[in-house]
Design a protein around this ligand. Structure first.
Ligand code: IPM
Ligand code: MN
Length: 357
């Protein structure tokens, strides 16, 4: 099969981890007889430097005419003082919105070989950790009306509104229930319905969707309690579905209990098969261009691309198996290093994983 992939390397460690992900993808292409055709496009800080805007129209056009999009990471201190709408992150929100990618799938799984990197006590992790956060991606406070005003007394006030319509909640809840059907059949819908109107609507709509899935075990859970339960007893969770900002925060927490933020891939999906695949971590400017970064989240993001956008399940399995093998053999990048393991660079990790495909 031939697939067109738009590649956004971005800033910081973005280019180095994406290079490794492409290395692995090319190996998959060779072994399974596919050709992946890449078109590199600009987004984030590098786009600001080269074109003056974080998301050039050409990038949107190329992404829309591709079969999927691979993204590294965007942002860095160089662009931190720009106004919000011109920051690199605005490019990321812009592309999610332009491609109508409302569902962000973030799996967090404790790989046995990495148990040593997990900060939780063994008595907590002995029951395992294998959950998926289904994060709403193009609504809520990220996309609501915002303003910063100064009144006549000089008091400065900033406002971000968290807005959700019923159809936005319904479509993301459906993604979560469908996912639970293919997993352990359990959904926790995370909200703050004891305080927020948007959460009360969330709960009402989630309950309606639940009626179509009588076999799924369903729970409402408040977001503060979820944050606590994730470190108290993460094994209780299968699929968590939640709004944009809560999902952002909880997925960082969930990633850390798997050992490192550097391990978690994500898929952002809309109605069709076009998806955007990216690690959940940021651009880590402090270690950029030192060949130190962990490329595994980017490599696992490519596995998600094969599975969700290209319907290539065996190819995706091959990547995940290769990652497991390399970790089982004791190879580690700095972020997941533990005693007795072998420290490797970003590109060596990519070579090792590609070598096992
Ligand atoms: C993520 C990131 C982004 C987000 C930032 C970079 C805008 O933290 O993908 O989780 O908040 O969505
Ligand atoms: Mn985040």
């Amino acid at each position: 099969m031939e697939k067109k992939i738009a590649v956004i390397k971005g800033d910081g460690i973005g280019p180095e981890i994406v290079n490794e992900a492409q290395k692995v993808l090319d190996k998959v292409g060779e072994k399974f007889g596919h050709s992946f055709i890449y078109t590199e496009v600009l987004m984030g800080g590098i786009a600001i430097d080269k074109t003056g805007v974080p998301l050039p129209q050409e990038t949107i056009d190329v992404c829309l005419s591709s079969d999927s999009v691979l993204l590294g990471a965007v942002g860095g201190p160089k662009w931190d003082t720009l106004p919000g709408n011109l920051r690199p992150e605005a490019g990321l929100l812009g592309i999610r919105g332009a491609l109508k990618l409302f569902a962000n799938i973030r799996p967090a799984k404790l790989i046995p070989a990495l148990a040593g990197a997990c900060p939780l006590k063994e008595e907590i992790t002995k029951n395992g950790l294998d959950l998926v956060i289904v994060r709403e991606l193009i609504g809520g406070a990220y996309f609501g009306k915002r303003s910063t005003t100064v009144d006549e007394k000089g008091v400065k006030t900033a406002c971000d509104s968290m807005e959700y319509s019923d159809f936005e909640i319904e479509r993301i809840c459906r993604v979560a229930f469908e996912m639970a059907k293919k997993r352990r059949g359990k959904v926790h819908s995370v909200d703050k319905a004891n305080v927020l109107d948007s959460s009360r609507l969330w709960r009402e709509v989630a309950h309606k969707v639940k009626e179509d899935y009588p076999d799924i075990e369903y729970y409402d859970i408040l977001v503060d309690n979820t944050a606590m339960q994730l470190v108290r007893n993460p094994a209780q969770f299968d699929v968590l579905v939640t709004e944009n900002l809560f999902g952002d925060i909880l997925s960082d927490e969930a990633s850390m209990i798997t050992g490192s933020l550097g391990m978690i891939p994500s898929a952002s999906l809309g109605e069709g098969s076009l998806g955007l695949y990216e690690p959940i971590h940021g651009s880590a400017p402090d270690i950029a261009e030192q060949n130190k970064a962990n490329p595994i989240a980017a490599i696992l993001s490519v596995a998600m691309m094969l599975r969700y956008s290209f319907d290539m399940g065996s190819e995706a399995d091959a990547i995940e198996k290769a990652v497991d093998e390399v970790l089982n053999d004791g190879y580690r990048t700095g972020d997941i290093m533990s005693e007795g393991c072998i420290l490797v660079s970003c590109s060596e990790m990519g070579d090792l994983i590609a070598g096992r495909i």
